[in-house]
Ligand binder design. Structure first.
Ligand code: NAI
Ligand code: MG
Length: 488
């Protein structure tokens, strides 16, 4: 069957974006960014470090303290954000292709998931820009007290590679609406769409210095963002171990921190569920985005009485999943993002086998070029195996059997993560009971991975601090100022 293959986009931005200028790293260094499906180098990117972050902070500080961004008519700020969303929409096909080039995700996903969610998130927060206000508060005595909501200041934003553009929108949306200015460090694996979005922000008329982008590595550019005294807050998405380093590094300047970290999310299938829907949702909830999702349903608890029938459905779906060129419209699964992730995932697969889990599909590399791993399904997994405790961040599903609700809840909560959970059942009491007892920031009932810019997302326990999206996501970018006036 002949299928349509989308052509590769041109790369136009490869340098640091500081104070509205495109500049090389001061050290002159660059690094390669790769196309994960072929392992070929796409281009060289400026490798920023502390010196470049310092310039970016100066530009962001100047734009915050003296620029028009924070003080302009809030409705105008919202209008500029709307314009950015419009410009992204005008280039939607090119941006989707650029995302696929840099990250390796199938073009169908970047075009139909990442891009629409990115645009929607920016529009959602654009609508908030002129709706940020405080309260009047009755206090004892003859005083008039009110609160104001002010932008927290210059924010450092450090993002991962799994949803490069969408993570930009989740970070820029609330920060821009609040009137903050930004120093962003995109992931070293996927800087291209972030740089393109910075260009579009400038084209939209967002003043120079409001958005600054310094590409580079974590321990250099990332750490400099966290340590810089000119930055008031850091928002980070990535691994919990990196968040531990960031928290320690931020202690000197007592920065405000928000974290969106990983998970080992329980996905629970009861015998009374619509099993076809549960199988399709579970397949999607794990294998979507090559399994590179913080909220992946990577502990699949299946009620014993339907185990065999359910697993059979999952095996069938894995066997017909289409892997290949991510620019091919028929492709469902692309490569993992890089060699390090590829090696990490294959290491877990090896340990799963050694530990006695039964590998029903996949478990091996796909092809001999690019970081492709076949959709892998482990049955007879026990709670103590590393494939059941650790975030694998790849296309590896683990099936755990359960007998009753009490046992299940204890096992589901037996993890230091608490990002997401899902339950499949036709019994609403049972579903709500689980939603009530599971310690997780998001619970999906008879669905998986349903995201909306208006719905808060984030983790309990070591899956994060604070929430992104919705009104809660905006609060993290605001300071409350209390003003009290004597009336006599
Ligand atoms: P990471 O947490 O190291 O990287 C995320 C971002 O943090 C990147 O921009 C990186 O350059 C930056 N960074 C790294 N070290 C830093 C430091 N010391 N100071 C400041 N910034 C720093 O994640 P990585 O290495 O890409 O992936 C490792 C594992 O993390 C994955 O296998 C996966 O389990 C998990 N992960 C979770 C994500 C999520 O969405 N929750 C996203 C990416 C990775
Ligand atoms: Mg790392």
């Amino acid at each position: 069957m002949a299928t349509e293959v989308i052509s590769r986009p041109e790369v136009r931005q490869t340098q640091c974006f500081i104070g509205g200028q495109w500049v090389p790293a001061q050290s002159g260094k660059t690094f390669d960014t790769l196309h994960p499906a072929t392992e070929e180098v796409i281009c060289q990117i400026a490798e920023g470090d502390a010196a470049d972050v310092d310039l970016a902070v100066k530009a962001a500080r100047d734009a915050f303290d003296n620029g028009p961004w924070r003080t302009m008519d809030a409705r105008e700020r919202g209008a500029l954000m709307m314009k950015l969303a419009d410009l992204i929409e005008e280039e939607i096909d090119e941006l989707a292709a650029l995302e696929t080039l840099d990250n390796g995700k199938p073009i169908n996903d970047s075009r139909n998931v990442d891009l629409p969610l990115t645009i929607d998130c920016l529009r959602y927060y654009a609508g908030y820009a002129d709706k940020i206000h405080g309260q009047t508060i009755p206090v004892r005595g003859n005083f008039f007290t009110y609160t104001k909501k002010e932008p927290v200041g210059v924010v450092g934003q450090i993002i991962p590679w799994n949803f490069p553009m969408l993570m930009v929108a989740w970070k820029w949306g609330p920060a821009l609406a609040a009137g903050c200015t930004i120093v962003m460090k995109p992931a070293e694996q996927t800087p291209l769409t972030c740089l393109r979005m910075a260009r579009l922000a400038q084209k939209a008329g967002i003043p120079d210095g409001v958005i600054n982008v310094v590409p580079g590595f974590g321990p250099t550019a990332g750490a400099a963002v966290v340590q810089h005294p000119g930055i008031d807050k850091v928002a980070f998405t990535g691994e919990y171990k990196t968040a531990q380093t960031i928290m320690a590094d931020a202690s000197q300047t007592l920065k405000r921190l928000t974290f969106e970290l990983g998970g080992k999310s329980p996905n629970v299938v009861f015998a009374d569920a619509d099993l076809d829907a549960a199988a399709a949702g579970s397949h999607f909830g794990l294998y979507f985005n090559q399994g590179q999702c913080c909220c992946a349903g990577s502990r699949l608890f299946v009620e014993e009485s339907v185990h065999d029938e359910f697993v059979e459905k999952l095996v069938g779906m894995n066997q017909s999943r289409v892997l290949g060129d991510p620019f091919d419209l028929a492709t469902e699964q692309g490569p993992q993002v890089d060699q390090a992730q590829f090696d990490k995932i294959l290491g877990y697969i090896e340990r799963g086998r050694e530990g006695g889990a039964e590998c029903l599909t996949g478990g091996v590399r796909h092809g001999d070029n690019g970081y492709f791993i076949e959709p892998t399904l482990f049955d007879n997994v026990t709670d103590d195996m590393s494939i059941a405790t650790d975030e694998i961040f790849g296309p590896v599903m683990s099936i755990l059997k359960f007998k009753d609700m009490d046992e299940l809840i204890e096992r589901a909560n037996n993890t230091f993560y608490g990002l997401a959970a899902a339950v499949w059942s036709r019994d609403i009491g049972k579903a709500h009971n689980l939603a009530d007892k599971v310690r997780a920031g998001t619970v999906w009932v008879n669905c998986y991975d349903v995201f909306d810019a208006a719905a808060p997302f984030g983790g309990f326990k070591m899956s994060g601090i604070g929430r992104e999206l919705g009104e809660e996501g905006l609060k993290n970018y605001l300071e409350t100022k209390t003003v009290t006036v004597a009336l006599d």
